[in-house]
Design a protein around this ligand. Structure first.
Ligand SMILES: [Zn+2]
Length: 296
């Protein structure tokens, strides 16, 4: 699933090619993908046509294109969505659900085999802001902020990290990597973490995201950038996708357990749950309302 580094990598490229360009028209938009805002496919096409894009932005895992005095085309890539900048003569891939035409025979295409992606039109970004917590690489993501959200939650720390209303943009890959880097078991109760552990975790989150940005995202099967190129960060992951492989710190095999309904990769030696951590043991079986809110 594309997380912050993957979406940001796409954003950076699209910002460079799209700003100043006005769509010539929407060539295809599957109405079933419209799950943001109230505008219809026809209204979305009308609002964009001939209006030069002022900015390509990102908030959490959402991408948006800003059309001055009109509004925002908002996209979420879901589990398997690809946003591609392609020449018009190239055939559409299977599962192409959105095609926006641009001058010089270029097209912006959303391809999404699993259909968890969503698009829509918002007159302002407030509706998005209301749902999302702070940006993990931004100035508001302080150790105090994270501690405040941990202290009130008995849910596993992994579930808190996946909750987009706390930190926007983290998903399974970078939550697992950050928990490993800070030596915290994913199933430990968030409220049981000491302040020092929370501070370490916050640092680790920022570090793993920055490194993933440097290597232009993680590609296992689905993710590619806007030109169709895979990222390189999968070569630098410590635990995610490495079940049974030796832990890079101690050599013990990387284990996988379900936490908050998601597969969690961790090192049982480097990330002990602690004998006295009764909250953590409880947290292995979170109740439904504490499940992650990874999909806003
Ligand atoms: Zn280890």
């Amino acid at each position: 699933m594309p997380e912050l580094p993957e979406v940001e990598t796409i954003r950076r490229y699209l910002q460079a090619v799209l700003v100043g360009q006005a769509p010539t028209g929407v060539r295809h938009l599957d109405p079933r993908l419209i799950r943001i805002g109230d505008a219809s496919a026809v209204e979305i096409a009308e609002a964009m046509r001939g209006v030069p894009i002022a900015e390509v932005g990102r908030r959490g895992k959402y991408l948006w294109l800003r059309f001055p005095r009109q509004g925002f085309l908002v996209l979420h890539l879901g589990m398997s969505g690809r946003l591609l900048w392609e020449e018009r003569h190239r055939p559409w891939a299977k599962h192409t659900h959105l095609v926006v035409g641009f001058p010089q025979d270029q097209e912006l295409r959303l391809v999404d085999p699993r259909r968890f992606g969503r698009v829509g039109w918002l007159p302002a970004l407030l509706a998005l802001e209301d749902k999302l917590g702070v940006e993990p690489l931004g100035p508001r993501f302080t150790a105090e902020y994270l501690a405040r959200h941990c202290h009130s939650r008995r849910a596993p720390i992994k579930a808190v990290l996946l909750d987009q209303s706390v930190v926007a943009g983290l998903g399974n890959i970078y939550a697992d990597e950050a928990l490993f880097a800070s030596a915290i078991h994913p199933a430990r109760a968030a409220c049981a973490l000491a302040d020092g552990e929370v501070a370490r975790l916050r640092q680790a989150i920022r570090r793993v995201l920055r490194r993933a940005l440097k290597y232009r995202g993680t590609s296992f099967s689905d993710y590619v950038d806007a030109l169709g190129h895979p990222g390189e960060n999968q070569h630098y992951l410590a635990v995610y996708g490495r079940r049974g492989h030796p832990c890079p710190r101690c050599g013990a095999p990387v284990a996988v357990i379900p936490v908050a309904g998601r597969s969690s990769h961790f090192c049982p030696t480097c990330q002990p749950i602690g004998d006295g951590d009764a909250e953590g043991a409880l947290a292995l079986y979170p109740n439904a309302e504490e499940r992650d809110h990874a999909t806003v």
